[in-house]
Design a protein around this ligand. Sequence first.
Ligand SMILES: Cc1ncc(C[n+]2csc(CCOP(=O)(O)OP(=O)(O)O)c2C)c(N)n1
Length: 665
Amino acid sequence: MPNSEIEQLSIDTIRALSMDAVQQANAGHPGTAMALAPIAYLLYTEVLHHNPASPHWPDRDRFVLSAGHACVLQYSALHLSGYNLSLEELKRFRQWQSATPGHPERGHTEGIEITTGPLGQGVANGVGMAIAERFLAARFNRPHHEIVDHRVYAICSDGDLMEGISSEAASLAGTNGLGKLVYFYDDNRISIDGTTEISFTEDRGARFEAFGWHVQHVADVNDLDALRAAITEAQAETRRPSLIVVRSHIAYPAPHAIDTAKSHGSPLGADEVAATKKAMGWDPELHFHVPDEVYAHMNRVDRGNELETEWHQRLSSWSQSFPREREVWDAAWAGRIGSWTLPEWKPGDDLATRDAGKAVMQAFKDAVPTMIGGAADLVESTKTEFTGAGLFSPDWVGRNIAFGIREHAMGSIVNGIAAHGGCVKPYGSTFLIFSDYMRPSVRLSALMGLPVVWAWTHDSVGLGEDGPTHQPVETYAALRAIPNLWFVRPADANETAWAWKVALEREDGPVALSLSRQKVPTLDRSDVASAKGVEKGAYTLWESGPSPELLLLSTGAEVGLALEAGKRLAGEGIAVRVVSMPCWELFEQQPVDYRDEVLPPDVGARLSIEPGVALGWHKWVGDHGDSISIEHFGASAPGPTVLEQFGYNLDNVVARAAALLERVA
Ligand SMILES: Cc1ncc(C[n+]2csc(CCOP(=O)(O)OP(=O)(O)O)c2C)c(N)n1
């Protein structure tokens, strides 16, 4: 059946708005938005269970535009379906402080679920959302009480499927049978450098079938009935994720720009916009024009209110039957942590901070019953799991996700879980060195301000025999360079408990924990300050007396060494202070009085002790200070040997401190 007049007019309105917005901005990506207008039309008017008047309603369907460059498509659909996104904002596409930035940004534009743009990310984010949906459904639904039941739709492009992260995520989605996923793959065979024949030739559908997906093909994106039929089938398939491969022609129906790579990322030009409007039967003089009947046809506020009201009725009947569960539900959606008791360790309980981390996780496990996460096939080593809480699998919905060896997708999946809501503090874990494999997702977690935890272990050359490929050296500096990421390197077991507390309580961004493979001494808190100091990012751990002349600054496993050196130096009559600095970012947020109290400005003799590059330490040790650092890659040998050889031993710290004092005095 041909599309009805109003359907076609609505689709063409999306196309016209997309062309006009890009033309006005003189920047953006018109081609894909124009071509995919029929999918956006169907999603926003017929398919999505959403409420434009209430974009955060928990049981809404989620939509992810993984091909974030085509965001003008989504902005047009949001506007037309009644979200709080005005035509004025479309006219200000890509302008300073507009609600229509160059790629979709979570928290910036109502109706945008997640920040996309780095290709491939959205594919994995959606997998995270589907994991969250399934977990929450298993946790809260009861027979005849389905309060969690929604789908995750996404649009992805050639670039998304070329990026390896999408294969990682799709493989995991297939393994877990995430049947609530419905992805559209825009098979337009064009990317920036031209035809995809030069770079991307395998059978994508077959690849997804091999991943365990249910794959369908639609020969023409403009055939609404074919799209509808495929969507209905995808929805009916509950045991496998669905991919709908849709053939489209970029920039359709522009007479000259169609099927050209140029239309991917450049405005069509005024003449081509006019020619396209003519081809659609539109007046080329009209810009940002929305026919009244299109507003009337596409607005979904009433329908959305109905859907949401109906869900609230289900929720309240469930709440009456299960009042205790309702409390858990409310805490989960508010991101609230229940009360828990921090484990405490005594001097002599020497253990690796990764082992302390494991104990801490069991201590707060019940305080965050909807916290889920896992490691990239390293639970044996990272020790990050909720013991007894089961595995997340097609047959059993436990709290421990086996991400497999897929760090990049793990990062984005965790971001997707957090963006979904309801699963408090999702986490991902691997060796610190492999944070490099997750860096794009970690950066996005910081950009979005997502409350996630990155738990990284084996956090220095002290890991030993695995050698330089596994030994982080530049990694602390690289992570500290990411804005809005808190990087916490606790000194001992008790600091680890406080570090986890900080991580659980942060609401507006990610916290990275850096934990040791090797045992570290548990500091005697009757002799040194309380580990609560972690909450301030840095604190005076110990000092020989008032008015120090020398500051020893350290993090993580090396704090014990700094303390020993401090005591030796004090024995030699030097007024020394040892400062534990587990989290620079938190310390930077403290009032200047506190910072000056911990690091008195008039003390120039400051020595930092951390087994990584000195980059960044200048900020704390100042012009006169010094750093015991590692400015080269590590080496394969037992950990104590490597540390010893690189200067992390008592004699060297004492000698370097003495030399520094002599120079500065
Ligand atoms: C990780 C990443 N690498 C590169 C880019 C830059 N980039 C944006 S769109 C694009 C090509 C996209 O081609 P395709 O995915 O087929 O999108 P279409 O042309 O169909 O819109 C590239 C390379 C990006 N956004 N993300």
